[in-house]
Write a protein that binds this ligand. Structure first.
Ligand SMILES: *[C@@H]1O[C@H](CO)[C@@H](O)[C@H](O)[C@H]1NC(C)=O
Ligand SMILES: *[C@@H]1O[C@H](CO)[C@@H](O)[C@H](O)[C@H]1NC(C)=O
Ligand SMILES: *[C@@H]1O[C@H](CO)[C@@H](O)[C@H](O)[C@H]1NC(C)=O
Length: 506
């Protein structure tokens, strides 16, 4: 979801240049779009160097392109335009169509699919015991799946074209490809289980609700499907961040809490921004104190969201903040925390954004400015100063950049979310909502069992989409246990399906 804690000013400037080519004053247009990243992949600086994610992307994976329909929901001439949509298949473990062996489909989210193949180790780890075919499908408009074969910037810059960039179109893409694949493989009795993490987890759960005839079940990891409308308080996310810091170290929490005023005070002194630029070794001169504060807010959010048990970035950061000498001042302590997380770099805070990350930031900006309106803000004075979500200013910012106003109630109108237990317990089945309660996004997740087949599997210490990553030797027991439970539940779905198949086939 977006970005926001991660959105650098470069990104916004670029957006402004692409869409508005008008005044540089518009560079801060999307400052209101200030929502933490909703992705599985760990920020670069939190990657576990021991991770073998990349190594698992091998020759077992074959890439294909599907001739995808641009517009599934209209019958206008241009709706029939097609584009190449990328998907990747691994058939190494598949038991085959004759035995009705299952298909695991990973639903791509707001990034190129390549990264997810290595990250979503849960699929490769478990494919052998399920004898499953693995399919990974890229989300339209990301990576190599861009309509009209355009560049990303061009496709997103075209107001008509970006209208086809929505979750409903993406789900329809997945349905079309999976249906086609089953036909091609003559695997009509191979049940499909869909997987996704974060925004992709939302897609997985929604896919099961909208396309029960295509997917037998869904594993939705860290999917905050309730962070819409007013279902959860707008404070929920950052309350978890603040609480995690407090529990990790109250002096660290206290230092951060005091730092915001200190940053403003330092900035207001003569040559204050120049001095702050030096203190934080920023890559380009700071334009305002809010640029720095926004970066830090994002960093603290990420440190908690991706506080994996192996890397433990929260402890790393707080140890550095607490350990820095108080003689050099409070901001030096903050800077020490920043260095502990990022490592020794030549500069910090506003480094240039990579092309892949920029695609995610821009694409997700559009998604949040159209339908994925996550009303996240800070209303109370916690470790963070208040920064309430304001729908009006958010809307205005979106209109300035994309010329359309967001539809803040569309997601719950189309997919539901209110009274989720009341609605789903009779209507739906076969969804696992998994979460780690340390992840601030878990505050928008489904955390209670809804029925015997719509289950919430969470861990007290888990972080964002942790369960869907590959297993590691260093994994704590509770994580091993969580994944085991998920596997057992999916086995139950399949066993029931095969019984049903025998019952109803003839
Ligand atoms: C792709 O689909 C479009 C629209 O249905 C069709 O006109 C076109 O011929 C197809 N292209 C290929 C390569 O099959
Ligand atoms: C950064 O460099 C300092 C001094 O060379 C060293 O003591 C410290 O361990 C380094 N920190 C990291 C995170 O690499
Ligand atoms: C939901 O039910 C499953 C068993 O199907 C159990 O493992 C899990 O702990 C339950 N979740 C909650 C939140 O009670």
């Amino acid at each position: 979801m977006t970005t926001i804690p991660g959105m650098s000013s470069h990104c916004c400037l670029w957006i402004a240049l692409i869409f508005l080519s008008a005044s540089v004053a518009t560079a801060h247009n999307l400052d209101h779009v200030d929502i933490p990243k909703l992705r599985m992949s760990r920020p670069e600086f939190l990657r576990d160097p021991a991770s073998t994610a990349q190594a698992s992307v091998s020759k077992d994976f074959a890439t294909f392109f599907y001739n995808q329909t641009l517009d599934h929901f209209n019958y206008r001439p241009e709706s029939y335009t097609a584009f190449n949509q990328r998907y990747v298949v691994n058939s190494k473990y598949w038991g085959g169509a004759e035995s009705g062996a299952p298909i695991f489909a990973f639903l791509g989210a707001e990034a190129p699919i390549d990264g997810d193949i290595g990250n979503a180790g849960f699929l490769t780890d478990n494919a052998p015991q399920f004898r499953a075919l693995l399919v990974y499908i890229e989300h339209r408009f990301y990576g190599e799946s861009i309509p009209y074969g355009m560049t990303f910037a061009k496709a997103l810059g075209d107001a008509n074209n970006r209208g086809y960039f929505s979750s409903a179109q993406a789900l329809a893409d997945y349905a079309e490809i999976l249906t086609y694949l089953k036909q091609k493989l003559k695997a009509e009795h191979s049940p499909i289980i869909v997987f996704g993490g974060s925004y992709g987890g939302m897609l997985a759960s929604w896919f099961r609700l909208k396309y029960p005839h295509v997917a037998l079940g869904a594993l939705a990891s860290s999917a905050p499907i309730l962070y819409f409308d007013d279902i959860v308080p707008q404070d929920a996310y950052f309350s978890v961040v603040a609480k995690s810091f407090l529990e990790s170290s109250s002096s660290c929490h206290q230092t951060i809490r005091q730092s915001w005023e200190e940053i403003d005070r330092a900035a207001s002194e003569p040559h204050g921004l120049t001095k702050l630029t030096k203190t934080f070794k920023t890559c380009s001169p700071l334009k305002s104190s809010s640029e720095l504060k926004k970066y830090l807010r994002t960093l603290y959010a990420q440190v908690v969201q991706y506080n994996d048990p192996s890397a433990q970035p929260l402890k790393l950061m707080c140890d550095a903040i607490n350990g820095a000498s108080p003689r050099n001042g409070l901001l030096r302590k903050i800077f020490a925390g920043l260095v502990a997380i990022n490592g020794n770099l030549t500069c910090y805070v506003n480094s240039p954004t990579s092309a892949t990350l920029a695609q995610t930031l821009l694409g997700w900006s559009w998604q949040t400015c159209s339908e994925m309106v996550i009303p996240m803000g800070i209303t109370r004075n916690t470790m963070f100063p208040p920064k309430p979500f304001n729908l009006n200013s958010f809307s205005n910012a979106c209109k300035r950049v994309f010329r359309v106003a967001p539809r803040p109630h569309w997601i719950t109108t189309y997919f539901g979310g209110h009274d989720i237990k009341l609605i789903l317990w009779r209507f739906a089945s076969n969804i696992i909502f998994s979460n780690g309660l340390q992840d601030p996004y878990s505050s928008g997740g489904v955390l209670k069992n809804i029925s015997s087949t719509i289950v919430a599997i969470h861990t007290a210490k888990g972080s964002h989409t942790l369960d869907i990553l590959g297993a590691k030797k260093s994994d704590p027991d509770w994580l091993v246990e969580q994944r085991k439970t998920e596997v057992e539940i999916m086995k139950m779905w399949l066993a029931t399906y095969y019984v049903d198949l025998r019952t109803f086939k003839n």
